[in-house]
Design a protein around this ligand. Structure first.
Ligand code: ZN
Length: 419
Protein backbone atom coordinates (compact mmCIF):
# COMPACT_ATOMS: atom_id res chain seq x y z
CA UNK A 1 0.00 0.00 0.00
CA UNK A 2 1.48 3.40 -0.96
CA UNK A 3 2.10 5.98 1.74
CA UNK A 4 -0.90 8.19 2.57
CA UNK A 5 0.00 11.81 1.76
CA UNK A 6 -3.43 13.36 2.41
CA UNK A 7 -5.79 12.36 5.22
CA UNK A 8 -9.45 13.13 5.82
CA UNK A 9 -11.90 12.51 8.66
CA UNK A 10 -15.43 11.70 7.40
CA UNK A 11 -16.90 12.77 10.76
CA UNK A 12 -15.25 16.22 10.77
CA UNK A 13 -16.47 19.45 9.17
CA UNK A 14 -14.76 20.50 5.89
CA UNK A 15 -12.79 23.28 7.61
CA UNK A 16 -11.66 20.98 10.46
CA UNK A 17 -10.02 18.23 8.40
CA UNK A 18 -6.58 16.81 9.29
CA UNK A 19 -5.35 18.13 5.90
CA UNK A 20 -6.86 21.33 4.49
CA UNK A 21 -9.39 20.85 1.67
CA UNK A 22 -9.62 22.93 -1.48
CA UNK A 23 -12.84 23.75 -3.37
CA UNK A 24 -11.80 26.16 -6.13
CA UNK A 25 -9.21 26.34 -8.94
CA UNK A 26 -6.53 28.95 -8.28
CA UNK A 27 -2.80 29.04 -9.22
CA UNK A 28 -1.57 30.24 -5.82
CA UNK A 29 -2.86 27.47 -3.54
CA UNK A 30 0.29 26.08 -1.83
CA UNK A 31 0.94 22.34 -2.36
CA UNK A 32 -0.31 20.03 0.40
CA UNK A 33 2.44 17.52 -0.46
CA UNK A 34 5.21 16.96 -2.99
CA UNK A 35 5.80 13.87 -5.14
CA UNK A 36 8.82 12.84 -7.19
CA UNK A 37 8.25 11.61 -10.76
CA UNK A 38 7.65 7.87 -10.59
CA UNK A 39 6.32 8.01 -7.02
CA UNK A 40 3.10 6.36 -5.82
CA UNK A 41 0.79 7.80 -3.17
CA UNK A 42 -2.51 7.16 -1.42
CA UNK A 43 -4.80 10.20 -1.19
CA UNK A 44 -7.93 10.25 0.97
CA UNK A 45 -10.99 12.24 -0.10
CA UNK A 46 -14.24 13.36 1.53
CA UNK A 47 -17.36 13.07 -0.63
CA UNK A 48 -17.94 16.07 -2.93
CA UNK A 49 -20.36 17.74 -0.47
CA UNK A 50 -17.97 17.54 2.47
CA UNK A 51 -20.25 15.20 4.43
CA UNK A 52 -23.62 16.93 4.03
CA UNK A 53 -25.48 13.65 3.32
CA UNK A 54 -26.82 11.02 5.73
CA UNK A 55 -27.46 7.30 5.26
CA UNK A 56 -31.21 7.57 5.93
CA UNK A 57 -34.57 7.49 4.13
CA UNK A 58 -35.18 11.23 3.74
CA UNK A 59 -34.18 13.51 0.85
CA UNK A 60 -34.32 16.63 3.03
CA UNK A 61 -30.52 16.81 3.05
CA UNK A 62 -30.45 16.87 -0.76
CA UNK A 63 -33.15 19.57 -0.83
CA UNK A 64 -31.35 21.73 1.75
CA UNK A 65 -27.79 21.19 0.56
CA UNK A 66 -25.40 24.11 0.59
CA UNK A 67 -24.03 24.16 -2.95
CA UNK A 68 -21.67 27.17 -2.84
CA UNK A 69 -18.78 25.35 -1.12
CA UNK A 70 -18.70 22.34 -3.48
CA UNK A 71 -16.71 20.38 -4.57
CA UNK A 72 -14.56 19.49 -1.53
CA UNK A 73 -11.28 18.16 -2.91
CA UNK A 74 -7.83 16.93 -1.88
CA UNK A 75 -4.60 18.70 -2.83
CA UNK A 76 -2.95 20.39 -4.54
CA UNK A 77 -0.06 17.99 -5.05
CA UNK A 78 3.22 19.25 -6.49
CA UNK A 79 5.20 17.02 -8.84
CA UNK A 80 8.90 17.89 -8.70
CA UNK A 81 10.23 19.22 -11.98
CA UNK A 82 6.88 19.72 -13.74
CA UNK A 83 6.78 22.96 -15.75
CA UNK A 84 4.21 24.71 -17.92
CA UNK A 85 4.00 22.95 -21.30
CA UNK A 86 4.72 19.50 -19.81
CA UNK A 87 2.18 16.72 -19.58
CA UNK A 88 1.55 15.25 -16.14
CA UNK A 89 1.00 11.49 -16.33
CA UNK A 90 -1.26 10.06 -13.63
CA UNK A 91 -1.85 6.32 -13.33
CA UNK A 92 -5.04 5.47 -11.46
CA UNK A 93 -3.89 2.38 -9.60
CA UNK A 94 -6.91 1.69 -7.40
CA UNK A 95 -9.67 3.42 -5.42
CA UNK A 96 -12.48 2.51 -3.08
CA UNK A 97 -14.66 3.42 -0.10
CA UNK A 98 -13.31 3.44 3.46
CA UNK A 99 -13.76 0.02 5.17
CA UNK A 100 -16.05 1.50 7.86
CA UNK A 101 -18.06 3.55 5.35
CA UNK A 102 -19.25 1.09 2.70
CA UNK A 103 -22.20 3.08 1.40
CA UNK A 104 -22.80 5.83 -1.13
CA UNK A 105 -25.66 8.03 -2.27
CA UNK A 106 -27.20 9.56 -5.36
CA UNK A 107 -29.39 12.67 -5.45
CA UNK A 108 -31.98 14.22 -7.69
CA UNK A 109 -31.68 17.94 -6.93
CA UNK A 110 -34.58 20.30 -6.46
CA UNK A 111 -35.13 22.49 -9.51
CA UNK A 112 -34.46 25.55 -7.33
CA UNK A 113 -31.30 24.13 -5.75
CA UNK A 114 -29.02 22.52 -8.32
CA UNK A 115 -31.52 21.00 -10.75
CA UNK A 116 -30.33 18.28 -13.12
CA UNK A 117 -30.46 17.12 -16.73
CA UNK A 118 -34.19 16.29 -16.60
CA UNK A 119 -35.13 18.87 -13.98
CA UNK A 120 -38.40 19.86 -15.71
CA UNK A 121 -39.55 16.25 -15.42
CA UNK A 122 -38.11 15.64 -11.93
CA UNK A 123 -38.31 19.00 -10.10
CA UNK A 124 -38.22 17.71 -6.49
CA UNK A 125 -35.33 16.46 -4.37
CA UNK A 126 -34.96 12.68 -4.07
CA UNK A 127 -32.25 10.38 -2.71
CA UNK A 128 -31.06 6.81 -3.05
CA UNK A 129 -28.64 5.06 -0.69
CA UNK A 130 -26.40 2.33 -2.10
CA UNK A 131 -24.73 -0.56 -0.28
CA UNK A 132 -21.21 -1.17 -1.58
CA UNK A 133 -20.18 -4.84 -1.41
CA UNK A 134 -16.70 -5.26 -2.91
CA UNK A 135 -17.20 -4.12 -6.51
CA UNK A 136 -21.00 -4.54 -6.39
CA UNK A 137 -23.67 -1.90 -5.69
CA UNK A 138 -27.29 -2.41 -4.67
CA UNK A 139 -29.92 -0.23 -2.99
CA UNK A 140 -32.77 -0.70 -0.55
CA UNK A 141 -34.49 2.11 -2.50
CA UNK A 142 -34.40 0.33 -5.88
CA UNK A 143 -35.10 -3.39 -5.65
CA UNK A 144 -33.89 -6.12 -8.01
CA UNK A 145 -30.97 -4.17 -9.45
CA UNK A 146 -27.33 -5.03 -8.71
CA UNK A 147 -24.26 -4.11 -10.74
CA UNK A 148 -20.45 -3.84 -10.65
CA UNK A 149 -19.42 -0.18 -10.33
CA UNK A 150 -17.09 1.68 -12.69
CA UNK A 151 -15.24 3.40 -9.84
CA UNK A 152 -13.41 6.58 -10.85
CA UNK A 153 -12.48 10.06 -9.60
CA UNK A 154 -15.12 12.55 -10.81
CA UNK A 155 -12.47 15.27 -10.56
CA UNK A 156 -8.76 15.11 -11.43
CA UNK A 157 -7.04 18.21 -12.76
CA UNK A 158 -4.03 20.53 -12.72
CA UNK A 159 -3.93 24.11 -11.45
CA UNK A 160 -4.56 26.82 -14.05
CA UNK A 161 -2.08 29.65 -14.61
CA UNK A 162 -3.22 33.20 -13.80
CA UNK A 163 -3.69 33.84 -17.54
CA UNK A 164 -5.77 30.70 -18.03
CA UNK A 165 -7.91 31.47 -14.97
CA UNK A 166 -8.59 34.93 -16.39
CA UNK A 167 -9.55 33.41 -19.74
CA UNK A 168 -12.03 31.03 -18.04
CA UNK A 169 -13.63 33.84 -16.07
CA UNK A 170 -13.93 36.08 -19.14
CA UNK A 171 -15.42 33.52 -21.48
CA UNK A 172 -17.87 32.13 -18.92
CA UNK A 173 -19.02 35.62 -17.93
CA UNK A 174 -19.57 36.38 -21.64
CA UNK A 175 -21.93 33.40 -21.83
CA UNK A 176 -23.80 34.55 -18.71
CA UNK A 177 -24.10 38.03 -20.25
CA UNK A 178 -25.70 36.61 -23.39
CA UNK A 179 -28.52 35.51 -21.10
CA UNK A 180 -31.56 33.56 -22.27
CA UNK A 181 -30.59 34.04 -25.93
CA UNK A 182 -27.63 31.69 -25.52
CA UNK A 183 -28.28 28.31 -27.16
CA UNK A 184 -28.90 26.10 -24.12
CA UNK A 185 -30.97 23.27 -25.58
CA UNK A 186 -32.92 23.38 -22.33
CA UNK A 187 -36.67 23.01 -22.62
CA UNK A 188 -38.42 24.82 -19.82
CA UNK A 189 -42.18 25.27 -20.01
CA UNK A 190 -41.94 28.86 -18.86
CA UNK A 191 -39.34 31.54 -19.43
CA UNK A 192 -39.09 32.08 -15.67
CA UNK A 193 -36.68 30.41 -13.28
CA UNK A 194 -34.10 29.83 -15.99
CA UNK A 195 -31.11 28.07 -14.46
CA UNK A 196 -27.78 29.91 -14.62
CA UNK A 197 -25.79 29.32 -17.81
CA UNK A 198 -22.46 29.24 -15.97
CA UNK A 199 -21.19 29.75 -12.44
CA UNK A 200 -18.99 32.82 -11.90
CA UNK A 201 -16.53 32.91 -8.96
CA UNK A 202 -18.42 32.57 -5.66
CA UNK A 203 -16.59 34.05 -2.65
CA UNK A 204 -18.98 32.33 -0.21
CA UNK A 205 -17.52 29.21 1.41
CA UNK A 206 -14.12 29.28 -0.33
CA UNK A 207 -11.51 26.77 0.88
CA UNK A 208 -8.01 27.19 -0.55
CA UNK A 209 -5.98 24.59 1.32
CA UNK A 210 -3.05 26.05 3.22
CA UNK A 211 -3.19 29.52 1.65
CA UNK A 212 -2.68 32.32 4.20
CA UNK A 213 -6.04 33.43 5.52
CA UNK A 214 -5.50 37.08 4.55
CA UNK A 215 -4.92 36.03 0.91
CA UNK A 216 -7.97 33.75 0.66
CA UNK A 217 -10.52 36.55 0.48
CA UNK A 218 -8.84 38.22 -2.49
CA UNK A 219 -8.12 34.93 -4.29
CA UNK A 220 -11.68 33.75 -3.67
CA UNK A 221 -13.05 36.56 -5.82
CA UNK A 222 -11.28 35.15 -8.88
CA UNK A 223 -10.88 31.43 -8.12
CA UNK A 224 -12.87 29.28 -10.55
CA UNK A 225 -15.69 26.99 -9.49
CA UNK A 226 -14.96 23.28 -9.81
CA UNK A 227 -18.29 22.44 -11.43
CA UNK A 228 -17.38 22.49 -15.17
CA UNK A 229 -14.55 20.52 -16.78
CA UNK A 230 -12.05 22.71 -18.64
CA UNK A 231 -8.56 22.55 -20.26
CA UNK A 232 -7.11 21.26 -16.97
CA UNK A 233 -9.61 18.32 -17.04
CA UNK A 234 -11.21 18.80 -13.61
CA UNK A 235 -14.81 17.66 -13.21
CA UNK A 236 -14.97 15.46 -16.30
CA UNK A 237 -17.08 12.72 -14.68
CA UNK A 238 -15.83 10.13 -17.16
CA UNK A 239 -16.95 6.72 -15.97
CA UNK A 240 -14.18 4.95 -17.92
CA UNK A 241 -11.43 6.82 -16.05
CA UNK A 242 -11.22 3.84 -13.71
CA UNK A 243 -8.64 1.49 -12.22
CA UNK A 244 -5.75 0.94 -14.60
CA UNK A 245 -6.32 4.17 -16.55
CA UNK A 246 -3.44 6.46 -17.48
CA UNK A 247 -4.36 10.15 -17.65
CA UNK A 248 -2.33 12.89 -19.38
CA UNK A 249 -2.95 16.35 -17.93
CA UNK A 250 -1.56 19.62 -19.36
CA UNK A 251 0.67 21.48 -16.90
CA UNK A 252 0.09 25.23 -16.51
CA UNK A 253 2.09 26.08 -13.34
CA UNK A 254 5.40 24.99 -11.81
CA UNK A 255 4.88 21.64 -10.06
CA UNK A 256 1.56 20.98 -11.88
CA UNK A 257 -0.30 21.21 -8.52
CA UNK A 258 -2.95 18.62 -9.30
CA UNK A 259 -6.13 18.14 -7.29
CA UNK A 260 -8.31 15.04 -6.99
CA UNK A 261 -11.64 14.11 -5.41
CA UNK A 262 -15.38 13.62 -5.96
CA UNK A 263 -14.89 9.84 -5.91
CA UNK A 264 -17.62 7.86 -7.64
CA UNK A 265 -18.31 4.18 -6.94
CA UNK A 266 -20.22 4.04 -10.23
CA UNK A 267 -21.88 6.26 -12.80
CA UNK A 268 -23.69 6.04 -16.12
CA UNK A 269 -22.53 8.15 -19.07
CA UNK A 270 -23.78 11.69 -18.51
CA UNK A 271 -24.20 11.52 -14.70
CA UNK A 272 -27.65 12.83 -15.50
CA UNK A 273 -29.28 13.50 -12.13
CA UNK A 274 -26.50 16.10 -11.44
CA UNK A 275 -25.22 14.47 -8.26
CA UNK A 276 -25.79 11.48 -10.41
CA UNK A 277 -23.02 9.07 -9.57
CA UNK A 278 -22.86 6.82 -6.52
CA UNK A 279 -20.99 9.42 -4.46
CA UNK A 280 -18.63 8.34 -1.69
CA UNK A 281 -15.72 9.40 0.48
CA UNK A 282 -12.74 7.10 0.10
CA UNK A 283 -9.14 6.64 -0.98
CA UNK A 284 -7.35 6.65 -4.32
CA UNK A 285 -3.88 5.32 -5.15
CA UNK A 286 -2.03 7.21 -7.89
CA UNK A 287 1.38 7.12 -9.56
CA UNK A 288 2.72 10.26 -11.21
CA UNK A 289 5.24 11.03 -13.94
CA UNK A 290 6.10 13.88 -16.31
CA UNK A 291 6.48 14.10 -20.09
CA UNK A 292 8.72 17.12 -20.72
CA UNK A 293 7.22 19.48 -23.35
CA UNK A 294 4.38 16.98 -23.55
CA UNK A 295 1.83 19.49 -24.80
CA UNK A 296 3.92 20.23 -27.89
CA UNK A 297 5.04 16.62 -28.40
CA UNK A 298 1.48 15.32 -28.18
CA UNK A 299 0.02 18.26 -30.06
CA UNK A 300 -2.75 19.04 -27.61
CA UNK A 301 -3.69 21.62 -24.99
CA UNK A 302 -6.31 19.29 -23.52
CA UNK A 303 -6.29 16.26 -21.27
CA UNK A 304 -6.19 12.76 -22.74
CA UNK A 305 -6.38 9.30 -21.21
CA UNK A 306 -6.04 5.59 -21.88
CA UNK A 307 -8.80 3.59 -20.18
CA UNK A 308 -7.96 0.66 -17.92
CA UNK A 309 -9.34 -2.77 -18.69
CA UNK A 310 -11.64 -3.10 -15.69
CA UNK A 311 -15.01 -2.09 -17.15
CA UNK A 312 -17.95 -4.48 -16.65
CA UNK A 313 -18.28 -7.00 -19.44
CA UNK A 314 -21.98 -6.78 -20.32
CA UNK A 315 -23.17 -8.31 -23.57
CA UNK A 316 -26.93 -7.73 -23.72
CA UNK A 317 -28.27 -4.19 -23.94
CA UNK A 318 -31.58 -2.54 -24.65
CA UNK A 319 -30.70 0.60 -26.63
CA UNK A 320 -32.90 3.69 -26.72
CA UNK A 321 -32.67 6.35 -29.43
CA UNK A 322 -33.24 10.10 -29.19
CA UNK A 323 -33.33 12.78 -31.89
CA UNK A 324 -33.19 16.59 -31.91
CA UNK A 325 -36.96 17.00 -31.48
CA UNK A 326 -38.07 18.14 -28.05
CA UNK A 327 -41.05 17.05 -25.95
CA UNK A 328 -43.27 19.72 -27.53
CA UNK A 329 -42.46 18.51 -31.03
CA UNK A 330 -40.16 21.46 -31.76
CA UNK A 331 -37.48 20.65 -34.30
CA UNK A 332 -33.96 21.62 -33.14
CA UNK A 333 -30.88 21.73 -35.39
CA UNK A 334 -28.54 18.79 -34.66
CA UNK A 335 -28.96 19.35 -30.93
CA UNK A 336 -27.45 16.32 -29.17
CA UNK A 337 -28.50 17.57 -25.73
CA UNK A 338 -32.12 17.33 -26.83
CA UNK A 339 -31.40 13.92 -28.39
CA UNK A 340 -29.83 12.67 -25.15
CA UNK A 341 -32.81 13.92 -23.17
CA UNK A 342 -35.32 12.15 -25.39
CA UNK A 343 -33.35 8.87 -25.28
CA UNK A 344 -33.19 9.08 -21.47
CA UNK A 345 -36.91 9.81 -21.18
CA UNK A 346 -37.67 6.81 -23.42
CA UNK A 347 -35.45 4.55 -21.29
CA UNK A 348 -37.18 5.80 -18.13
CA UNK A 349 -40.65 5.16 -19.56
CA UNK A 350 -39.55 1.68 -20.64
CA UNK A 351 -38.34 0.75 -17.15
CA UNK A 352 -41.70 1.71 -15.64
CA UNK A 353 -43.11 -1.32 -17.51
CA UNK A 354 -41.43 -3.48 -14.87
CA UNK A 355 -42.78 -1.80 -11.74
CA UNK A 356 -40.14 0.91 -11.26
CA UNK A 357 -41.22 4.46 -10.53
CA UNK A 358 -39.92 7.07 -12.99
CA UNK A 359 -37.62 8.36 -10.24
CA UNK A 360 -36.12 4.91 -9.64
CA UNK A 361 -35.54 4.57 -13.38
CA UNK A 362 -33.86 8.01 -13.49
CA UNK A 363 -31.51 6.88 -10.69
CA UNK A 364 -30.69 3.62 -12.50
CA UNK A 365 -29.76 5.50 -15.69
CA UNK A 366 -27.59 7.87 -13.72
CA UNK A 367 -25.63 5.31 -11.68
CA UNK A 368 -25.38 1.97 -13.47
CA UNK A 369 -22.73 1.48 -16.20
CA UNK A 370 -24.99 2.94 -18.91
CA UNK A 371 -23.35 3.59 -22.29
CA UNK A 372 -24.38 6.75 -24.17
CA UNK A 373 -23.13 7.68 -27.62
CA UNK A 374 -23.65 10.24 -30.32
CA UNK A 375 -24.50 7.76 -33.05
CA UNK A 376 -24.86 10.32 -35.85
CA UNK A 377 -24.29 14.05 -35.99
CA UNK A 378 -24.26 14.72 -39.76
CA UNK A 379 -27.81 13.92 -40.79
CA UNK A 380 -29.45 17.32 -40.54
CA UNK A 381 -31.60 18.39 -38.84
CA UNK A 382 -31.35 15.54 -36.31
CA UNK A 383 -28.42 14.14 -34.41
CA UNK A 384 -29.05 10.64 -33.07
CA UNK A 385 -28.07 9.81 -29.49
CA UNK A 386 -28.22 6.31 -28.04
CA UNK A 387 -28.57 5.26 -24.40
CA UNK A 388 -27.73 1.59 -23.79
CA UNK A 389 -29.05 -0.16 -20.69
CA UNK A 390 -27.34 -3.47 -19.82
CA UNK A 391 -29.93 -6.19 -19.25
CA UNK A 392 -27.65 -8.08 -16.85
CA UNK A 393 -27.98 -5.48 -14.05
CA UNK A 394 -31.58 -6.56 -13.41
CA UNK A 395 -32.61 -9.68 -11.46
CA UNK A 396 -35.34 -10.30 -14.04
CA UNK A 397 -35.78 -10.19 -17.81
CA UNK A 398 -36.19 -6.73 -19.36
CA UNK A 399 -35.80 -7.93 -22.95
CA UNK A 400 -38.29 -6.23 -25.29
CA UNK A 401 -39.22 -9.63 -26.78
CA UNK A 402 -40.46 -10.87 -23.41
CA UNK A 403 -41.92 -7.57 -22.20
CA UNK A 404 -45.48 -8.59 -23.01
CA UNK A 405 -45.38 -11.47 -20.53
CA UNK A 406 -43.33 -9.75 -17.79
CA UNK A 407 -44.49 -6.14 -17.69
CA UNK A 408 -46.18 -4.03 -15.01
CA UNK A 409 -46.35 -6.50 -12.16
CA UNK A 410 -43.94 -5.96 -9.33
CA UNK A 411 -43.71 -3.28 -6.66
CA UNK A 412 -39.99 -2.53 -6.49
CA UNK A 413 -39.90 -0.16 -3.50
CA UNK A 414 -39.36 3.59 -3.70
CA UNK A 415 -36.67 6.24 -3.41
CA UNK A 416 -36.24 8.56 -0.40
CA UNK A 417 -38.44 11.68 -0.54
CA UNK A 418 -38.62 14.98 1.31
CA UNK A 419 -40.89 15.58 4.28
ZN1 ZN B 1 -19.61 13.43 -8.00
Amino acid sequence: MPETIFEVDVDAEPDEQPDSLVNRWHPDVPPAATLEPGEKARIECVDWTGGQLENDDSANDIRDMELDPNHHLSGPFEVKGAEPGDMLVVDILDLGPFPDHEWGYTGIFDKDNGGGFLTDHFPEARKTIWDLDGVMASSRHIEDVRFPGCAHPGILGTAPSHELLEEWNEREQALIDRGPDAPTGVNHETGEDEPPLALPPEPNGVLLGDMDEEDVEEAGKKAARTIPPRENAGNCDIKNLGRGSRVYLPVFVEGANFIVGDLHFSQGDGEITFCGAIEMPGWIDLKVDIIKDGMEKMGTDYAMFKPGYMDPDFSNYVVFEGYSVDEDGTQHYKNSTVGMRRACLDAIDYMTNFGYTREQAYFILSTAPIESRIAGIVDLPNSCVTVSVPQEIFDFDIDPDTLASNGSVEDRGDVAKTS
